[in-house]
Write a protein that binds this ligand. Sequence first.
Ligand code: ADE
Length: 236
Amino acid sequence: MVSIFPSYLAPLREALLGRAISRGLLELTVHDLRAWTHDVHQAVDDSPYGGGPGMVMRPQVWGDALDDVLAGPPARLVVPTPAGRPFTQALAREFSAEERLVFACGRYEGIDQRVLDDAARRVTVDEVSIGDYVLVGGEVAVLAIVEAVVRLLPGVLGNPRSAAEDSFSDGLLEGPAYTRPEVWRGLAVPDVLRSGNHALIDRWRRDRSLERTHRRRPDLLEALPADALDRADRAL
Ligand code: ADE
């Protein structure tokens, strides 16, 4: 990944991701964009053509950086921007199947569009947004994207079912989860979860999942394929 704030990406070496790196499940290199500047001021931005507020990141610096970083094994270029298409679990799965991803973190009002148009002549370029809000730069979005992708790599999660049964893997939100003790501050764990009846437990979980999705994300229910809900689901 390429950024003018490489230290922003240091958390990628912590916890689950850090462990995956030290176990050799993935490699990660963070490049400082300023290494590709040529002037004493190491300027990476300039005012926008057509006027308006903010600054645009200059094409020469990014062009040289991407020439170097994209050389070598085939890669897909990911550019986080609030103007991108939504980053989803489906896209995380797609990215997790790639041999190599290169992330270009923009700041200010973005990167000169020609940098991405030029890169698209050689590699697949995805401009992606992690949500309908504006961050200061792409770094935090990269942290989110990389975390979502890396946990899908084989061997990263202790139990592969964790990824298979996540929220979104069946197009629905996950329902509530409980652990010991049975009663805490007067609140009891639902009886069914202690019944040992796995058919009943599955049905109960499915119902809570449908209920929660209906309340919080009705758009997800609308988007389900016609055969995604069975008769028992529709009865809810
Ligand atoms: N950069 C700034 N805001 C962003 C967002 N919402 N998603 C991805 N990258 C961004």
